[in-house]
Write a protein that binds this ligand. Sequence first.
Ligand SMILES: *[C@@H]1O[C@H](CO)[C@@H](O)[C@H](O)[C@H]1NC(C)=O
Ligand SMILES: *[C@@H]1O[C@H](CO)[C@@H](O)[C@H](O)[C@H]1NC(C)=O
Ligand SMILES: *[C@@H]1O[C@H](CO)[C@@H](O)[C@H](O)[C@H]1NC(C)=O
Ligand SMILES: *[C@@H]1O[C@H](CO)[C@@H](O)[C@H](O)[C@H]1NC(C)=O
Ligand SMILES: *[C@@H]1O[C@H](CO)[C@@H](O)[C@H](O)[C@H]1NC(C)=O
Ligand SMILES: *[C@@H]1O[C@H](CO)[C@@H](O)[C@H](O)[C@H]1NC(C)=O
Ligand SMILES: *[C@@H]1O[C@H](CO)[C@@H](O)[C@H](O)[C@H]1NC(C)=O
Ligand SMILES: *[C@@H]1O[C@H](CO)[C@@H](O)[C@H](O)[C@H]1NC(C)=O
Ligand SMILES: *[C@@H]1O[C@H](CO)[C@@H](O)[C@H](O)[C@H]1NC(C)=O
Length: 897
Amino acid sequence: MPYCTWLYILLSLNAISLFPVCTAHRCKVIEEKADCSHLELFSIPPDLPVNITILDLSHNRLKQLPAANLSRYDQLEHLDVGYNTLHIYEPALCEQLPLLKILNLQHNEFTKILEKAFFFCTNLTELHLNSNGIREITGNPFINLQNLKKLDMSHNKMTSMTLGDTEQLIDLTELLFSHNLINELKKEALAFLGNNSVQKLDLSSNPIREIYPGCFQPLNNLNTLIMANMTLGPNLTERLCTELAATKVKTLILLNSQLSKIHNGTFKGLASTPLAFLDISKNSLIQIDDDSFIYLNSLTFLNLEENQVSHLSSRAFKGLSSLKSLNLQKFFSSFKDPKIDDMSFKSLQNLENLNMERNKNIDFTEFTFTGLTSLKDLSLSECSFKTFTNRTFLSLSKSPLLFLNLTKTSISSLEYGVFSSLQQLQILDLGLNRIQQNLNGYEFIGLHNIKMIYLSYNNHLALTSTSFCFVPTLEKLNLRKTALTFKAESRSPFSNLKNLTLLDLGNNNIANMGEDFFADLHNLRILNLQHNNLARLWKKANPGGPVLFLKGLQNLEILDLLSNGFDEIPTNAFKGLSKLNFLNLGENNLYLLPPSLFEDQNSLESLDLHKNLITSVEPNTFKNVFKNLQILNLGQNPFDCTCESIAWFSNWLNTTNITVLGQDTQYVCNTPNNYHGIFVQKFDSAPCKDTAPFKAFFIFTFSITSCLLFLVLFLHFQSWRIQFYWNVVVNTILGFRVIDPGDQTFDYDAYIIHANKDNEWVDRYLLPLEEDTTCQLNFCFEERDFDAGLPIPTLIVNSIRRSRKIIFVISNHLLMDKWCKRFKIYQAIQQAIEQSRDSIILLFIEDIPDYKLNHSINLRRGMFKSRCILQWPAHKERLNAFRQKLKIALGSTNVVN
Ligand SMILES: *[C@@H]1O[C@H](CO)[C@@H](O)[C@H](O)[C@H]1NC(C)=O
Ligand SMILES: *[C@@H]1O[C@H](CO)[C@@H](O)[C@H](O)[C@H]1NC(C)=O
Ligand SMILES: *[C@@H]1O[C@H](CO)[C@@H](O)[C@H](O)[C@H]1NC(C)=O
Ligand SMILES: *[C@@H]1O[C@H](CO)[C@@H](O)[C@H](O)[C@H]1NC(C)=O
Ligand SMILES: *[C@@H]1O[C@H](CO)[C@@H](O)[C@H](O)[C@H]1NC(C)=O
Ligand SMILES: *[C@@H]1O[C@H](CO)[C@@H](O)[C@H](O)[C@H]1NC(C)=O
Ligand SMILES: *[C@@H]1O[C@H](CO)[C@@H](O)[C@H](O)[C@H]1NC(C)=O
Ligand SMILES: *[C@@H]1O[C@H](CO)[C@@H](O)[C@H](O)[C@H]1NC(C)=O
Ligand SMILES: *[C@@H]1O[C@H](CO)[C@@H](O)[C@H](O)[C@H]1NC(C)=O
């Protein structure tokens, strides 16, 4: 036998042996209640705690209910075996369960009730036998149910309400008989009700054709009668009401009962009842005659929803002086334009609530609502108006109306003073309309007590600085998705709404607002700006700098900036918003948050930054704001999972108790490659811990190395300067004499050092300067002034000593001339250093770069004062200037300072 087959048999055996245990464990036992519903059980679980009081066995496959099997659970008070396939019922059940109060046998297959079925059920208060196919009751099976309060016989096949032939069920208050086959109401049928205790009777969906006199006499305590979904019609309804005169009916539901017309006799029978609630909705009612309700003067609630009335006469509601609430939703004919007579509501002086929703093409005159002196709430949503002018609500001027709902009414414009008669109005709902206009303020004139105007979802609104100038009491203003524009004016349209607490400007594509746009809204607590286009306002590059449009909102608690395209946030964007506890910045393009951005947000409870471009969550930005947070959403950001960017956050996520939305799915690393796609929480932060000392060490070594490097480079490039000044300083300190023009007289003004090859140049250009009378210069020129006899080096040294300055005629020749390089220049420099003389003048007759100068004669331009560096001019015109410079150079002091 193959291995698999053995395995299969083994598993099957296992399953069979474990089966009872399994079923028992699948029941949910909570305290005294065992829920075994929807478990496909064929039998009663035998191993539940014996002390349960509630057992739910509904929606299983029980075919029988053996009393013996239930006897274990003798503490049961509530047993539900509905939705099974029971057809046998053992009378011993109640004997075994003496405490049973509620027995639910609905949706089973009982067609008969045995005479003795409930013989022992004396403690039963509720019995559900609905949906079983029971045709009739023979004998008196309920005779012992003296405590029964509720009996549900609905959805059976009973043709009569008869449940016995002697008086019984003395405590029954609720009898449900809907969806049966009862076609007549007879006094005899209910004779079994001994004590007139029934208060609620449901006879809905029965084919009742006849109502006999006295049929409600056994029900004279009846309080609620439900007769919905019937074919009563006007005549039978009238009969019904006549019979109900014997009762104390307060609630009568005649919904969908083919009551097409009502006239002054229809409800006459109800005159003696305390009827308070009447529902005649969905009756295709086409006509309400004058004085139809004249007998119902205790009625407080009347539901006439969904009918087809085309004319409402001024006397239709006469007599309804106690009415508080009238439902006229979809009341008027949808085929003909309805006519509402003037003063139709004048008798309803106590009416507070009038619902006229979903009526088409209605027209209100200056007198329609006259007399509604208590009306507080009028809803006209989804209505359409023939005309909508500033006379439409004129007739409400005497009503203390607080709430007017005009949503979805296709209003396209608001006239001057359209609400001017509604001085008490507090809430005005104008949402979901087609309003398209400039609001200049006069639309709302007269609304002296208005607290909320809901204008969201309209076609186009343009605001000016006066739009809300007549409604300074406003507390809530909703302007979401209204294609809002602002007429460029200096003052904000909201500046006089000092009591405003809620402002909704979402979904408007607003791209511009000034810094003081909300500055006067000191009481604002909720500001919705989601789905706008405010990104530019916070850019550094914005002309004039970022616009801090949240300035002045010191009481703001909820701020929604979702989806605005923000990619920059100024450091002080949220400054002063210290009461903020909900902030939504989700679905923007933010990637860098300034460290002190949330400095003032110590009480933030919910922060949403989902779907941005945040790579790094660092403690210096978030530590403060996370302190009191309860909900965080930072999901769907491209996190960079490196130690610097994420280690802190990863640890925080791991240990935090607050609600982090999408914690298990939406915090995913994007970079670096080896972490791509890994959850942030899985980031291994262990290696990061070692970086702290390493970092310090790194900084230390880096600094040292940098310093050394700098020193080396400095020495390399500037050592000549140091050497030069060092020599000068040493010589000064060691007391070499300082030669100054005052101390000593020189034979020559200057000694000229030049290359032999430049002889000609010197002769031609330099020497002629001696003849210049203004200068009276006297050069020492070897070829001319050297005495014969002495050795040349001595002569040179002497001559240099006897000259006040030394002119180096610098050309490429000089740099190549070995004699000059090795001796003359060396001597001159020695002399200059020894005597602390600033005596050398460099005269460039060719362009020589500094490095070349340094390389061949160890001099640099930087060693000399700028006045001692001269350039032979290429242009003749500059010769005079050159002479002047030379004179200055020759005349300057030789002391190094
Ligand atoms: C029911 O019985 C169980 C033991 O079978 C016991 O633990 C539990 O406390 C009892 N509950 C009540 C409400 O008596
Ligand atoms: C009805 O319930 C009470 C406790 O509420 C009990 O004492 C009495 O025996 C029960 N009646 C019957 C007939 O079992
Ligand atoms: C009347 O019939 C409708 C539609 O068949 C149903 O939804 C409603 O529950 C019924 N009302 C009553 C009170 O039976
Ligand atoms: C209703 O009663 C009126 C007179 O009371 C009668 O003319 C009419 O035929 C009756 N309608 C029906 C449908 O029985
Ligand atoms: C009821 O209306 C009829 C006409 O439809 C009228 O003759 C009768 O007087 C009215 N009854 C009362 C009580 O108003
Ligand atoms: C106005 O009526 C509509 C439709 O019944 C409802 O959805 C809306 O909430 C109402 N407006 C207010 C402010 O209650
Ligand atoms: C109605 O509006 C017109 C202009 O549209 C205005 O002249 C008139 O005064 C307004 N009436 C009321 C009552 O506000
Ligand atoms: C603003 O609210 C305060 C306090 O509720 C109230 O006293 C004041 O009258 C209100 N101002 C306006 C213009 O309604
Ligand atoms: C974070 O969670 C992971 C897995 O749940 C665990 O292995 C790790 O030790 C935790 N780290 C901290 C800092 O709690």
